[in-house]
Design a protein around this ligand. Sequence first.
Ligand code: 13P
Length: 281
Amino acid sequence: MLVSSKELLLDAQKGGYAVGAFNTNNLEITHAIFQAAEALDAPILVQLSSGALKYAGIEFLPQIIRTHARLSTIPAAMHLDHGPDFETVMRCLRYGFTSIMRDASKHPFDENVAEIRRVVEAAHAVGVPVEAELGRLVGVEDHVVVSEREAAMTDPDQAAEFIQATGCDFLAVAIGNAHGFYKGEPKLDFDRLQAIRDQVDVPLVLHGASGIPDHQIRTAIELGICKINIDTEIRHAFAETVRRFQAENPEQIDPRKILGPAIEAMQAVVERKIALFSAQA
Ligand code: 13P
């Protein structure tokens, strides 16, 4: 059942759990995500970046997600991840997305506010909620010094002003998280997350959750994270399984035989994440 992400995240906020938001690029990943959600009878967000839309085609991949959602009893939202501009947002609204992220976080505060307010007006007019990001996810590379990393993190006071000025529905925070695999163990800034939580009441979103240890994920959920994005761990399961299969079966040329085990491996990753995110503290 295709639903708005607003009800999913408000329910999560009330219930003290988080909903998994899983990135897809193709049929196989989408199957894996829905099969996992159905196995655990859990709500999900299936999210597409503009890169995924370019790769798979906006006429195709959203149709696969809509078909899955129509045939399934679990509530699922179709979400634009890191919407790069207003035009992409408008296209996604036309294609029936039920959740939008417009990421203007690389711009100065005032420009971020102005752009998100514009997107909120358009999306709310058709009943679609909007996620925005304040602060930037900097890389985990060695050359990023601590002061630089802290300067890019979400400022709790600004967060309150941002929510009020934009009317956005969910806020993605930068608290030491980063996309891709981490070098060493990441350390989320929980004092900062608590301070943000104290200032704003909308559901909070954690990007870059692949590779964050389970205990930190649990603490983040206790402190108000309601949506958790996972991409890299799914990709890793896909690539590793295909690589292993081909090494063991070099003669095999049937795509179904090559990709079938990868679907199972990705489903296992998604199931483990859903169980972690929905476990009560
Ligand atoms: P990971 O690639 O670290 O899982 O992050 C995904 C994400 O935040 C997508 O927006």
